[in-house]
Design a protein around this ligand. Structure first.
Ligand code: NI
Length: 169
């Protein structure tokens, strides 16, 4: 088999993160950063390739964010309401004066959960966002399953929400 060509590229990261990474390299026994980065990338490729977007999964989204960033708490809450069929539970911890830690328990089609995670991750003020899932076959209550695939992203369906609330009573 022909050997893959090596491509060099530059990476910028905050000094403190770099120091932490260098300590990690020492602990893990790496002799250079490139080898460690290659392993991290391979691991990431395995994770994303492991499950398909249409698979039914359950897991968590863990967020750390600065609640002083304008509109961020409201934006995060609205986003969660837009995905209320995919969110089972939510825990909020006030870490310090600025930072909030949120653990969101999610369940549903992996593609939708990735979409929610990505939309949170890109928000200004969100410093950490991780989606972690495992297989979960089928729906908890198939008779209450709803498909929102035709719903445009970011616009809550108030008629459907009112209907859902009626069903729960
Ligand atoms: Ni808080």
């Amino acid at each position: 088999m022909e050997k893959d060509a090596l491509i060099r590229f530059g990476v910028s990261m905050p000094e403190e993160l770099m120091k932490q990474f260098d300590r990690y390299l020492l602990e893990q026994g790496y002799t250079n950063r490139s080898e460690a980065i290659r392993d991290l990338v391979r691991r990431a490729m395995l994770e994303t390739g492991r499950l398909k977007s249409d698979q039914h999964v359950a897991g968590t989204i863990v967020l750390v964010y600065d609640h002083h960033v304008l509109d961020l708490p409201l934006t995060l809450m609205e986003l969660q309401h837009n995905y209320h069929h995919h969110i089972n539970s939510n825990m909020h911890v006030h870490l310090n004066h600025d930072q909030c830690l949120e653990v969101i328990v999610v369940r549903g089609q992996l593609g939708k959960l990735r979409e929610l995670h990505q939309r949170m991750q890109v928000l200004k003020g969100v410093t950490y966002a991780e989606l972690s899932v495992t297989y979960a076959d089928g729906e908890a209550h198939p008779e209450h399953a709803h498909s929102h695939s035709s719903q445009p992203m970011g616009e809550p369906d108030h008629e459907q929400q009112a209907k859902d609330e009626g069903e729960r009573r």
